[in-house]
Design a protein around this ligand. Structure first.
Ligand code: ATP
Ligand code: MG
Length: 451
């Protein structure tokens, strides 16, 4: 049963709010062929089997978005009407994971996982139907006249004090309900692989065409429900070259302070996705510009604010990271984080007597704030500390260390940012191992003659 709440958030000048339907709403359906080579064949297999057993199954989320943009998706997530245990019973290579939120993982060769989630809804959310007054011109529109749904909360969402943080996200639902609980319109699309159709409840196709990032519903509500969405907005805008809807931009600025109450591992994950996504430079710049960086990484934000040259070098290193990503040579997380943190770390250590202590002081708060896993934290320390040796060309002492290649990569990123030539060992760190001093011949211990 659907109820329309009479409120005016999310309303724009170019749309008209309509009404009330008790039947499930009709999506707009677009015929859209996706080249077979772009679609993961294992995901296609899972969809086919689910459909053959009478379930609805769609590609969903980032995978559909990337396919529509002609990009190769990182992962192929599926949404289905089948319950998790029904999915498990259909696949031998399947396990159901999650305690609170159950998901089916179908496993394939090479460690590939196809995630299959049952359609869900946010129980506190109803939907409203919006009719854009200006119908966009989209070819192949096969559905009824364009509508889009937006979520409407039954609770009091006015005023900044209302606590909207999502706590219950695990109730099964219908496709339209699953679509509107997602974050951005471009992430709310379903793709019916068997019919070659995009199913759009939220106006995501129009926004993809216009390269416009819009939340599904009022950004002020959606960012307060989950502030990590602010970081996701930055990631998508930077990576996919999407314009930010002005209301979305205002919402990000207004609610960026809420990021301090977001779950640290999720914040860290989105920062890592900034760095891994091929648009590290633009992501970090946008985060800085919107004032979000000062919430999640204040030490980096104030370094960028105060040190013009240091800022240039930082963005230069990130640009070099993006160049590696474009060549499919993305370094690991520790190198990425170190490339971002190197400026503030160098600054904190400049001229101090007790370097390890100064380093610990610098990293303590940051690592608590982001819940840096121990391994990542230790690795960042190793790599940044190694730079002091590498800068003086003293590679011998560490050339055989397991972390040398990563340290040399970080060194190379920094040199590139400075527009300086790379020494040979930084161009190909693996060769350096052999160039470094020949290993001193091991002295054989003389066995003591037994008495
Ligand atoms: P990426 O390319 O970085 O993986 P993505 O859009 O695929 O981006 P995921 O974190 O993999 O993001 O999530 C998959 C989908 O789940 C999203 O496309 C979106 O529909 C939904 N989703 C993810 N995070 C949120 C969130 N915080 N709020 C609402 N929906 C979300
Ligand atoms: Mg994804």
């Amino acid at each position: 049963m659907t109820r329309v709440i009479d409120s005016d958030f999310g309303q724009r000048d170019d749309e008209q709010r309509d009404v009330l339907a008790d039947d499930p709403p009709e999506p707009v359906v677009y015929a859209h062929e996706i080249p077979r080579r772009l679609v993961d064949q294992d995901a296609a297999k899972v969809i086919r089997r689910l459909s053959r057993h009478g379930h609805t199954a769609y590609l969903v989320g980032g995978g559909v978005r990337d396919l529509m943009l002609g990009r190769k998706p990182k992962d192929f997530d599926l949404a289905t009407s089948a319950r998790p245990y029904e999915v498990r019973d259909l696949f031998r290579n399947c396990r159901v994971i999650g305690r609170r939120f159950r998901l089916a993982h179908v496993l394939f060769a090479g460690g590939k996982i196809i995630e299959v989630a049952t359609f869900r809804r946010d129980p506190s959310q109803h939907y409203e139907v919006i009719k854009p007054k200006i119908a966009h011109k989209i070819p192949l529109c096969a559905g009824p006249e364009p509508v889009r749904l937006i979520p409407a909360k039954s609770s009091d969402t006015e005023g900044d004090d209302a606590d909207l943080l999502i706590t219950n996200d695990n109730v099964f639902g219908e496709p339209h309900e699953d679509s509107i609980r997602r974050d951005f319109t471009i992430n709310g699309l379903f793709y019916d692989l068997e019919r070659g159709e995009v199913i759009d409840f939220v106006g995501g196709v129009a926004d993809l065409e216009e390269h416009l990032l819009r939340t599904i519903g009022d950004p002020n509500v959606r960012f307060r429900e989950d502030p990590v969405r602010i970081l996701r907005a930055i990631k998508f805008s930077a990576r996919l070259d999407m314009g930010l809807d002005p209301e979305v931009y205002d919402g990000m600025v207004r609610h960026r302070g809420d990021l301090r109450r977001a779950a640290a591992p999720r914040v860290l994950e989105e920062i890592l996705r900034f760095l891994r996504g091929g648009a590290a430079q633009r992501s970090v710049f946008l985060a800085w510009d919107v004032g979000v960086l000062s919430e999640v990484l204040p030490e980096v934000a104030s370094f960028l604010d105060d040190d013009v040259e240091g800022a240039e070098l930082t963005f230069g290193r990130l640009k070099a990271v993006d160049a590696l990503a474009a060549e499919d040579r993305l370094p690991g997380d520790a190198v990425l984080m170190a490339a971002l943190l190197l400026g503030p770390i160098d600054e904190a250590l400049e001229g101090v007597g007790d370097v390890p202590l100064a380093y610990e002081e610098f990293v303590r708060e940051l690592s608590l704030r982001l819940s840096l896993p121990r391994r990542l934290k230790d690795r960042i320390r190793l790599l940044t500390m190694a730079q002091r040796r590498l800068r003086t060309g003293r590679i011998q002492s560490i050339a055989r260390r397991e972390y040398f290649a990563d340290a040399a990569t970080l060194f190379a990123l920094d040199r590139i940012a400075r527009g300086e030539e790379l020494p040979k060992w930084a161009r190909d760190p693996n060769d350096a191992v052999y160039e470094a001093e020949p290993r001193a011949r091991r002295r054989r211990r003389r066995r003591r003659p037994r008495n």
